[in-house]
Design a protein around this ligand. Structure first.
Ligand code: ZN
Length: 499
């Protein structure tokens, strides 16, 4: 068979895998947005059948044969085709190298783990959760072993979310960040300046929805190829020509829905910017979670929390909510947008202290996988770290080690992506500013097109060609560093809190 024929046949298989996955994702979106209360059992059956079909398609032995053939003829493949084959191999190995017994055990443990976690959290009862976590760590190590990462299980978990990233690289980046970030947070929180977000109350959901639609459209989200709805936990799913974002509303916290939506819009713009013709292969898929998060964070933070952004949108905000904003000055509004206040709960954290929550989880995960921290000693390690990093001690495990769902399902190595995303965002941001010093003047006129186009060309259009570290270096000419993030946080927050 010629290389071209083999490659085209591989594409047919990848397309099938991809579209089955995208149907499953659409059904997942529907479950979170539209599912009637008593329809969950039926949906579980539907999901099971879809998962079976997806697994069959992804493990089709023909894919293995084609990949071997193409790998042997790699010299005849273009660079792009090599990327497709390389990533398809990774996916195929992940789908085929795990024994059926293991996959079954892991699936059962996922649901057992979730319920055990929910119960343990409600009662703040860590002891009951210990066996679940011990088993999840064991399963993760086992999985790493099957995939040939036996001696580097935690790196394997990181690589699953952020291809190319390792614990050693993250350790270096995070320790440099931590050293400078902890004192910066102390400096800001000891300031006499306190944001008054309590003045922003009574914002009708209709008006909030209208306003955030206007904002996200202005940023460049294409609503002819996507939509935004309401769900309990905001997310962005879908790909290609159909992106589904969600948000949630609170009348006394209008900035929550707005910034949540801008964040998801950043994810959505990335997905919409990936090359449509290739979205069934690695050339049309995101580089990893860290890069994905860099896109959501840049639009949310560097753009959405800037003076220039509010110079344009504040008049519209006041026009939409005249009564609710009549008593709020521009400075008060801007301070509420840039509120810093350490909290014990990660999902409620501001953009500065959020990084400390991530560093805490990374350091703990690393010790758990290295075996230098026993699961039973987790609460103590957690609380000590919370005190050291955030200056706060959880009153109970519900507010501490039991707060996140991730570990209940064995999702280790996932947290670092959030903080890596912040670093990548800041580094790309300063590079964009160098290329276009007038960028914020554009924003003040309501023009976000230069930034979007630049990201589309340099990040989105690249698909999975480069991992996070290579992509950052390629665009900015510098290795990934926490310094641009620290610079950004100082420039944004010190004038507000410590002028
Ligand atoms: Zn995100």
């Amino acid at each position: 068979m010629s290389t071209d024929t083999a490659y085209n046949e591989l594409l047919t298989h990848l397309k099938r895998v991809h579209y089955l996955g995208s149907v499953a994702s659409l059904v997942g979106w529907d479950e979170q947005v539209n599912l009637p209360p008593d329809s969950a059992d039926q949906r579980a059956e539907q999901n099971a059948v879809l998962a079976e079909l997806s697994h069959e398609a992804a493990t089709n032995s023909r894919i293995g044969t084609l990949l071997t053939e193409l790998e042997q003829a790699a010299i005849n493949l273009s660079t792009d085709q090599q990327v497709v084959v390389r990533e398809a191999r990774k996916e195929y190995d992940r789908a085929t190298k795990l024994p059926a017994d293991y996959v079954r055990e892991k699936a059962i443990q996922g649901s057992v783990g979730y319920h055990a976690w929910a119960k343990a959290r409600a009662a703040s009862d860590f002891a009951s959760y210990i066996p679940v976590l011990e088993k999840n760590i064991k399963l993760a190590k086992q999985e790493a072993g099957y995939l040939g990462w036996g001696d580097r299980a935690y790196d394997y978990m990181i690589d699953k979310h952020d291809p190319g990233m390792t614990a050693a690289v993250i350790t270096k980046l995070f320790s440099e960040l931590k050293t400078e970030l902890v004192p910066l947070v102390r400096q800001i929180t000891s300031s006499k300046v306190k944001p008054r977000s309590d003045k922003l109350t009574g914002f009708p959901v209709d008006g909030q929805f209208k306003f955030l639609r206007e904002v996200t459209e202005k940023l460049g989200f294409n609503y002819r190829r996507g939509r935004i709805d309401v769900s309990l936990h905001p997310f962005c799913s879908g790909n290609g020509a159909d992106i589904r974002m969600t948000t949630r509303f609170r009348e006394d916290e209008p900035l929550g829905a707005l910034f949540g939506s801008i964040h998801e819009t950043g994810h959505g713009l990335y997905e919409q910017g990936l090359p449509l013709a290739h979205h069934a292969t690695a050339l049309g898929q995101a580089a990893g979670m860290g890069v994905h998060e860099s896109q959501s964070r840049m639009w949310e933070n560097q753009v959405g929390r800037s003076r220039a952004f509010w110079a344009f949108f504040e008049p519209r905000f006041r026009e939409e909510f005249p009564a609710q904003t009549s008593d709020v000055t521009s400075d008060e509004l801007y301070l509420a947008v840039n509120k810093v206040s350490p909290t014990l709960i990660r999902v409620e954290a501001d953009e500065i202290t959020y990084n400390l929550h991530i560093i805490l989880r990374f350091e703990i995960e690393q010790k758990l996988f290295a075996g230098t921290l026993a699961v039973k000693d987790l609460p103590q390690a957690w609380n000590q770290s919370a005190e050291e990093l955030l200056g706060l001690t959880p009153p109970d495990d519900r507010m501490g080690v039991l707060q996140d769902v991730h570990w209940s399902d064995g999702a280790f190595g996932y947290f670092p992506s959030y903080c890596l995303g912040n670093m990548i965002a800041a580094q790309l941001w300063y590079h964009a500013l160098e290329l276009r010093p007038d960028l914020t003047a554009d924003f003040a006129r309501g023009d976000f097109s230069w930034l979007l186009k630049w990201l589309q060309t340099n990040v989105h259009a690249q698909g999975k060609r480069h991992d996070a570290l290579a992509l950052t270096k390629r665009i900015t000419g510098q290795e990934l560093s926490p310094q641009p993030l620290l610079r950004y946080l100082r420039e944004r927050y010190l004038p507000l809190y410590c002028a």
